[in-house]
Write a protein that binds this ligand. Structure first.
Ligand code: ZN
Length: 205
């Protein structure tokens, strides 16, 4: 990359959990900062697994980040900034699409990292639309916990069993864990007859 100029545009880094998305976002933001760019990192306040004001990757890397509760809050944060990075973008509202487009049109490099699919394998929140408007997409793979193949899915396990299909996308509390799996080893669960299956990927709690 060397002295190459930062390209204004929308970059999406997606994949399942444990595929290194956050580490890749951190790497791009640090490199931009090392190149003398001004950088602003953000993340939805919803995700407080590790720390509210930092982006923390599973390998322990940390980067200061502004917590936001709505995509519109990113606009003032991005003022006068060369590069904006957003982690866990799947939790943001659909307004993130025009926000990212406006920033990119104004000359800002926008890097969005997040889960492209929820634990059922369904498109997650605004990711489908962001993938469609992105100038560059990188889909990362994890390692399937079952067979060691490339993992593209996230398996949710609650009390030792695959989570039921109807479980809310974001569980608060509960004895749950996640593991990366390939499509063949992924157990998405089945919708119960009569249960609505739309809007599931949007459900938030
Ligand atoms: Zn597998």
């Amino acid at each position: 990359m060397g002295g190459r100029r930062a390209v204004a545009g929308i970059e999406v880094v997606c994949g399942p959990m444990f595929s290194g998305k956050t580490a890749e976002l951190q790497r791009r933001l640090r490199r931009a900062r090392d190149d003398g760019r001004t950088v602003q990192a953000c993340k939805p306040l919803l995700d407080d697994r590790f720390a509210a004001r930092e982006i923390v990757s599973h390998d322990g890397g940390r980067l200061r980040a502004a917590p936001v509760t709505a995509a519109a809050e990113i606009v003032p944060l991005a003022e006068g900034v060369d590069v904006v990075g957003i982690d866990e973008v799947q939790f943001l509202d659909p307004e993130i699409v025009p926000v990212a487009e406006d920033l990119a049109r104004g000359g800002t490099r926008v890097i969005l990292a997040g889960l492209d699919r929820d634990f059922r394998g369904l498109p997650f929140g605004p990711l489908p639309a962001l993938l469609a408007v992105a100038d560059a997409v990188d889909t990362l793979h994890g390692v399937c916990r079952r067979c060691g193949g490339p993992a593209t899915m996230t398996q949710r396990i609650v009390d030792g069993r695959p989570a039921p299909f109807e479980a809310p996308t974001v569980l608060v509390g509960g004895r749950e864990r996640y593991e990366p799996r390939c499509r063949a080893c992924h157990e998405p669960g089945r919708p119960t007859a009569g249960q609505p299956t739309v809007e599931l990927s949007r459900s938030r709690r």
